[in-house]
Design a binder for this molecule. Structure first.
Ligand code: AVJ
Length: 319
């Protein structure tokens, strides 16, 4: 793993954000891909979201891992290489590593070098002797894994219902790519958010303390910081609604007035009530997700849910 990004990688990263913002604000409907939420500020705000009373996914998935880790370990066997997609802070990973029978290596994949370095440090201290091979990469574009000697088989882990950010078509393509990446004798563990009552769903994305709003609006703050943006954060608001037909939460930034803002010297006008789409978060029933997995060449082994049916943990294997 590189200690620091080279100057052209920094320019590339900024260029990629600039490109996405300029294109996303020019097209209708307007939208900016949700992966740009996660600069240092955004990653810290997301960490805060995971601690919110209203945000049930993180604590529920953690509890599922704690309860069913032994069963998961039994299914996948000893000496596996654990590959985590979009590992982020990797806070739930220790539970899985503790449950597994002598995992031979851990390969976290994330675009954030800072998160990878921090997580690797913490896990190295907790799991003495574990080989950690961090990969700075977009997990949807990773096509090869570093070679690990003496590996028995591979276990993929994709936590937090991040798969919900993908459309069904994108999710199927991701699952197919992951099958190729993980290899013929692999298993895949995924945390997937369940469809549920709006009484629970809406507050999870509209928390009372406004952390989710700050997380969403940080995208405009990031544009101001990095792309010479002139967005007035006071005149934009967070909106999160459930699209019943599509089975997903949809997150938007709404303009509260008729106004203009510039980005890298280009001016964009917004009508009052005009929206910028920033995220989708798809929800699945257990059966829906299993059907999707099967259509991508994975065999459902077992699916665990909590008592309140808030969240699911799916174990899949290659057939
Ligand atoms: C990290 C994508 C799973 O969809 O619940 C939380 C992101 N957005 N609150 C989710 C998020 C607003 C989260 N994922």
């Amino acid at each position: 793993m590189h200690e620091t990004l080279s100057s052209h990688e920094i320019v590339d990263a900024r260029g990629e954000f600039a490109q996405a913002v300029l294109t996303g604000l020019s097209h209708r409907p307007r939208g900016i891909p949700c992966r740009f939420f996660y600069d240092a500020e955004g990653s810290a705000l997301f960490e805060e979201i995971t601690q919110l009373e209203e945000y049930y996914p993180t604590r529920t998935e953690t509890a599922l891992l704690a309860s069913h880790g032994a069963k998961i370990a039994e299914h996948v066997g000893g000496g596996v290489v654990l590959v985590e997609f979009g590992s982020g802070s990797a806070r739930k990973t220790s539970l899985l590593l503790d449950a597994l029978d002598e995992p031979c290596a851990y390969i976290p994949i994330d675009v954030s070098e800072a998160s990878l370095a921090e997580a690797a440090e913490r896990l190295k201290a907790r799991h003495r002797g574990l080989t950690i091979l961090p990969l700075i990469a977009d997990f949807t574009k990773t096509r090869v894994l570093p070679p690990v000697s003496g590996r028995a088989s591979t276990l993929g882990y994709f936590s937090g219902s991040t798969i919900g950010n993908l459309s069904h078509t994108e999710a199927r393509a991701f699952l197919e790519d992951a099958a190729r990446l993980l290899g013929p004798d692999s298993a895949f563990l995924l945390g997937v958010d369940l469809k549920k009552s709006l009484d629970i769903l809406l507050p999870a994305y509209n928390d009372a303390s406004g952390v989710t709003a700050a997380f969403n609006l940080n995208l405009l703050a990031r544009i101001n910081r990095e792309l010479d943006g002139t967005f007035d954060l006071e005149r934009f608001a967070h909106e999160a609604t459930y699209n019943e037909a599509a089975g997903r939460m949809e997150i938007y930034i709404v303009s509260l007035a008729e106004q203009a803002a510039s980005v890298l010297g280009r001016t964009f006008s917004f009508g009052a009530g005009e929206r910028i789409h920033t995220e989708n978060s798809h929800k699945y029933t257990v059966a829906e997700f299993q059907a999707l997995a099967e259509s991508a060449g994975w065999q459902p082994v077992e699916a665990w849910t909590d008592e309140e049916q808030l969240f699911s943990l799916h174990l899949l294997r290659r057939d």
